[in-house]
Design a protein around this ligand. Structure first.
Ligand code: PRX
Length: 570
């Protein structure tokens, strides 16, 4: 597909080359209040600062779902997050404590998240679809002290395994307190909307933990710190192109990094009106959301765009989506086909952005004032140095495929893998380059092109799934002797999860057994982690040390040569 010319109009970033050349992180910091005061707190910077500087009556949050329809000004967000902070303070939350939030999107989720941050606590948002195993891993590893959840999600919280968890707040007006299980809502009502004092923290103090998957081991807790705001703010300006009067909608749930970095921090640091739509994906709901709020800037993901595409162009025509002025995507490769569709139906280029949980914020992006080459992730944000390096950390020339790497030291970089210093170090072993795990190349004009994951991590419908977690869950099922899991290419979801399974003696393949195994993973981990396809074999290819060789499974699946089998067991 042909390149799409730069977009006309006034953008926050007008000349990319010049911005890169003149860039200085210090000048970004100067736009934030702590540059003057030396006092930093993300929640203050995102909410209170605006409430105190002329935006008290501007809507900060529009929230709607099937039952609720509400809006909150910056002043109200300040007050409600103060209330949440007071509720948490009352039950003993102090700086550095881990406060986990496991609930569907709702205004309360955002109050609690901001309130916890006001106390200097480290927040851990969990996606509502997580089942017991996934919830246990995260609460156990983080040593969460407080959990905020709903009564219906409680049964997925294995309290007997979580001695550090001291208090649970329940978001349900009809809930009656029982011991350490307390109703959140009445406490919010009763709490003061003034907070004695925000916990001013150091820019290196912990802010948020997002658990994410690798190809081996359990999910790891990626820790971000308050200084990340510098990059959230910078990218909200130059990539999201946010201006004061924008109505912005990021479709991601705060259980994933996109839903916090760009569903909470970025837009509110930039002082815009933020739209949150609760409930599940639905094309009619989504178009209606854009129409109803006159959304101007919209950030979503390739799988969602592909699903909208398959819902048909006729549907689009039923809505007035003319408010849109800037559309962006993240999470997986954005197919040129989708970009073409965006131009056709919305008259908008969809701007691809590349980043990861670990990078904390956007890194390689397409900008409104730049020519788009459909299929390319764009160019590094001003202030970030990206390169393609070989396995020794040497930079490769244009058009050579290699490791997509980032020069260490950007503000939103993760600062730790929780409880796992050794794992953290492995990211930075090559000459000061952060190794992303993605392979890519850069063309002669500096555009980056995604090629694939180097490890076995699966991206399904934009969600990152570690094959090891799924395999571990599968072998817990009594019928499963061995399991190997791969991502199989899929036109809508990017990849789907396919499991190769060897059954134990005495078990026979049947549709019932397949369904039972699928449900077992779904109920143990999460629906998105359950295999959509299963194939049964008498045994699976393994290395001599007993590791399942996923690359051989993948070669079987795709009908490719299996490559070097010298490490395979006889
Ligand atoms: O493989 C890349 C893919 O998503 C991975 C990061 O996943 P996660 O930490 O869950 O964060 C997703 C949202 C920030 C990357 O290593 N990925 C992300 N964006 C893109 C992408 N792949 C291709 N194109 C992208 N724009």
């Amino acid at each position: 597909m042909k390149a799409l010319p730069a977009k006309e109009g006034k953008h926050n970033l007008t000349n990319y080359e010049e911005a890169v050349e003149q860039f200085d992180w210090n000048s970004i910091e100067k736009e934030l209040s702590w540059f003057k005061t030396g006092k930093i707190n993300m929640a203050y910077e995102a909410i209170d600062r605006h409430a105190e500087n002329g935006k008290a009556n501007q809507v900060a949050l529009y929230y709607s779902d099937a039952r609720r329809d509400e809006s909150y000004t910056y002043q109200e967000m300040k007050e409600y997050s103060n209330k949440a902070a007071n509720v948490l303070k009352d039950i003993g939350v102090t700086k550095g404590d881990r406060v986990f939030i496991f609930m569907p999107r709702s205004p309360e989720l955002y109050f609690v998240l901001l309130g916890a941050i006001k106390l200097g606590a480290i927040v851990g948002p969990l996606f509502e679809a997580f089942m017991e195993g996934a919830v246990r891993d995260r609460l156990e590893d983080s040593g969460a002290k407080v959990l905020v959840t709903t009564p219906s999600l409680l049964e997925r919280v294995p309290f007997s395994d979580l001695p550090e968890l001291k208090k649970v707040l329940l978001d349900d007006k009809s809930y009656n307190d029982q011991d350490s299980f307390l109703q959140l809502n009445s406490r919010l009502d009763d709490a003061s909307s003034e907070l004695d004092s925000i916990e001013w923290v150091d820019k290196e103090d912990g802010l948020i933990l997002h658990y994410t998957s690798g190809s081996t081991g359990k999910p790891k807790g990626v820790l971000h710190v308050h200084e990340a705001m510098v990059q959230h703010y910078h990218t909200a300006k130059v990539v999201l192109d946010l201006k004061d009067d924008d109505i912005y909608w990021c479709t991601a749930d705060p259980g994933w990094v996109t839903g916090t970095s760009y569903g909470v921090f970025g837009p509110w640091l930039a002082g815009v009106t933020n739209v949150v739509r609760g409930g599940r994906f639905s094309p009619t709901d989504w178009y209606e959301t854009i129409q109803r709020y006159d959304v101007t800037v919209w950030y979503s993901a390739p799988t969602a765009f592909r699903m909208l595409m398959s819902a048909g162009d006729e549907l689009v025509k039923k809505y007035d989506l003319s408010s849109l002025r800037h559309v962006l995507s993240v999470g997986e490769p954005l197919n040129p086909e989708v970009v073409r569709w965006g131009v056709q139906v919305f008259d908008q280029r969809i701007h691809d952005t590349w980043w990861m949980t670990e990078t904390g914020a956007q890194m390689i992006c397409n900008y409104p004032a730049m020519e788009i080459r459909p299929g390319s992730m764009g160019k590094p944000i001003p202030g970030v140095q990206a390169a393609i390096v070989d396995d020794k950390g040497n930079e490769l020339p244009p058009n050579r495929m290699g490791n997509l790497a980032i020069k260490e030291g950007w503000p939103s970089m993760m600062r730790a893998v929780w409880n796992n210093e050794a794992k953290y170090k492995t990211y930075f072993e090559l000459n000061g380059w952060y190794i992303s795990g993605d392979s890519a190349y850069m063309d002669e004009d500096g555009y980056f092109w995604f090629q694939g994951r180097i490890d076995d991590v699966i991206m399904t419908a934009g969600e990152r799934v570690g094959p090891f977690e799924v395999e571990s869950k599968l072998v817990e099922h009594p019928a499963v002797a061995e399991a190997g899991v791969i991502g199989k290419p899929d036109p809508v979801r990017g990849e789907i999860i396919k499991a190769f399974i060897a059954l134990r003696e005495g078990y026979e393949v049947s549709d019932d057994l397949k369904e039972e195994i699928r449900q077992f993973v779904k109920n143990g981990l999460a629906a998105h982690a359950a295999p959509r396809e299963m194939e049964f074999r008498s045994s699976l290819p393994k290395t001599r040390s007993g590791k399942i060789m996923r690359r051989v499974l993948k070669a079987w699946e795709l009908d490719l040569p299996t490559g070097d089998l010298s490490t395979m067991e006889d």
